[in-house]
Design a protein around this ligand. Sequence first.
Ligand SMILES: *Cc1c(COP(=O)(O)O)cnc(C)c1O
Length: 473
Amino acid sequence: MTQKKTESNIVSDKFRKDALDWSLYEKAREYALDYMKTVLDRPVFPGKEAIEGLENFREDLPDSPGDPHSILEKLHRFGSPATVAQTGGRYFGFVNGGVIPAALAAKWLVDAWDQNAVLYVTSPTVSVLEDVCEGWLTDLFGLPEGTAAGFVGGSSTATLCGLAAGRDHLLKAAGWDVSSKGLFGAPEIRVVLGAGAHSTVYKALSILGLGKDRLIKVPTDEQGRIRPDELPELDSRTLLILQAGNVNSGAFDPFSEICAKAKDAGAWTHVDGAFGLWAAASHQLKYLTAGMELADSWSVDAHKTLNAPYDSGIVLCRHREALVQALHMSGSYIVYSENRDGMLYTPDMSRRARAVELWACLMALGREGVSELVEDLQRKAAYFADGLRREGFEIPNEVCFNQVLVSCRDPELTKRTLSLIQASGECWCGGAVWKEEPVIRISVCSYRTTLEDIDRSIRAFVQARKEAGQGNK
Ligand SMILES: *Cc1c(COP(=O)(O)O)cnc(C)c1O
């Protein structure tokens, strides 16, 4: 029986019509421009009214299809005001970067392409741009020629991939194929890391079956750097994890004292360089990462220091086969090609084309621009720290990179000052615990930040501390 031609589906018909409704995309652009024009002046953290506006989203799933113009309007009306103004100049929370204009514009174009970065055959453009970025990053960071790169969502995943490659590589050398035999009964490998390792490293180790409680935690110095004199004997059953940029102090592990030794011992070294690896691309700051090029794998974020849009993490691996072996899969319909197939280097299969925005960032900056951007963040962090010191705040870290820790010399006062800063809308910083004391944590991470932004933020710090002190009496 032949299928009778029927009236076509209402939804598909509607979407086919909407797809050619150029005014819809014009509207999206208008809202985006409106947002970008006001983001510099609005409160950095949304006020009460904006947050309350979010309640408008808490409704039942509509029964019938909606009008795209009204959907967009609703998103802009209630969504935009309750965002965090991190693309402005006074956002210093976490280690969140701004967004480079060429990359944002490229992202809009990429969104229209809606490519799947999985294979060459799903997008030759993305495959080539990934290939190009791989080479450029290898060069910028001074890594060994032939280093492989996988483009993932962030450093959490990048670290997972690097450590997976390391685990598999060490066990393979010990005669154990972990991908087929699993970890039960495998020869033991030791995991050595600094006491200041990022929480995502622990998460990766636990996912990989390496456990969080059987690690060798090496004591760190007063800045959170791993102490080379406290390292255990390294051997070919050791997975060593180092750090370029402590998430609080910004400090770098002493790679030159450790990496060569680890390499000679046959250990696998992974460097978590989520934001700090970019120091390697700066003329003045690359001394901080000297020696890390002898490691085996590295994780880094472009959405932090480089100011690429989210979500842009990269795993880099000296041993291409080890990375591919750890992440490989197959299926009869998967056609690997002579060209770069992105999925070989990532845990995901389908992925958005994030390397395109990374490419746009690197094109927009060039080698000199990357260097300048990184140095500028460091200089501004130092300026921030100096200004706060002059106002009587204590800065308990050496400001070697873009991180500044701040204390009011009284734990309760520090905590209250921080909440008042956060509520002020003048700037936004997070908090942390540093040497068992609460601190305010500043990350200067956006090209958008000016010295005026910093002066204004320092005034907000002073005002908040004053109010916090008064509240005490
Ligand atoms: C941000 C950060 C991570 C996690 O990166 P995501 O991109 O958020 O997954 C890991 N390590 C360090 C040192 C970081 O700063």
